[in-house]
Every structure is written in structure tokens, then in C-alpha cells.
Design a protein around this ligand. Sequence first.
Ligand SMILES: [Zn+2]
Length: 209
Amino acid sequence: MPKSLDQDTIILCRSCDLAVQRRALPSNVRALCPRCHTALYDVPYCSVNGMLALCIAAILFYIPANFLPVLEIHFLGSIRATTVYESAVAVWVQGYWIVAVAVIAAAVIAPGLLILSILLQIIIVKRRLHSDFWQQTYRRLLKNHGLLSQLSMLEIYVISFLVAAFNLSDFSDIYLGMGTFCFGMLFLVILFLQREYNLEHMWRMVHEE
Ligand SMILES: [Zn+2]
């Protein structure tokens, strides 16, 4: 047995139980089992520039998604258009304030904070801000990332717009306008952003003193 082997660096293949020593890999490379070619491990990777582009796209969609009407209903000559805020306020007025708070938190605040948090992390990494203040901020952002990504639930609203449009379309005309488009695009951009984002990789970028 080579003397450099130690318990932490040996992993077992999931398929054939072959013991393989873990080595440092370049990014985008995956280690395969030499016997059965099962994927063993890879280096967590995220493209910082790709995430920056997605963040900027998300901010561009975020503003119209929240301020333009997401649903426009034409019924017997009357036209009703509502934004995410107005729908939350309407629910609040009817007494369901918990629902209203949940809507604002999950559809407006959490996605906004998530985008800003990732943007700030990217700026800290890209500008190499190594001072104590920025490194502490970076750690704090990473610690809260899981909570923010769990709280932002845009998919529920995208689905609910579609369900509402489908249900109401029998007796009124429904128009899905620019706001709906931006909301849908915001959902897609955040989906890709979270796919690109790798928390483990971001933790490795913490500046070691
Ligand atoms: Zn194997």
C-alpha cells in the first residue's frame, strides 16, 4: 500500500466498490472508475461571468415583471389589469393577510434578494475584495443563500397565472401581456442562475488568510 494513501482521499466506486484515490482535477473534468467507468466525482464549477450575465438579465426582467400587469381580464366591457403587488393588496383587503405576505415574500422580496446576493458575491469574487468587511459579507451571503433560494418560488406564480388564464378563458378574454412575459422570463433566468450557481464552489473562493 503506498504510504501517501490516507482515509480521507480514498473513495469507493458506487457500482463495483473499487477503492480509488481522490486526486485534484481541473475544472469541467469528471473522475471515472478505472474498472467500470462509473462517474465518481467532479470539481464543482460555476462560470462567474455566465452568472454575472444571468444576474443582469434577471434584474432587467425583475422590474417590469413586478410593475407591469401580469394578467389582464376583459369581461363584459370592463377591463381589469393587475400586477403582483395589486393582487397581494387585493388578497390582504379580503382578510387573507398571511397569503398576501407569502405572495410578496416568495414572488417579490426573496427573488430580488437572491439576485442581489449572487450579484454581490460575484462582485466580491471578481474585484478580489479581500478586506475583512467584504470577506465577512461574502461568508454571510453564502450562509443565507440556501434560505433565499428556498423562499423564492416564482414557479408557483407562473403556474397560477396559467391556471387562472385557463379557467377564466371560458367566460372572459384573458390577455397575458408584457408583465407575464417578463415574469416567465425572470423565472427561467433565475432557474438557469441557480443551475449555474454552486455553493460548494463559491465557498472555495473564500479568501484564505
Ligand atoms: Zn467501478
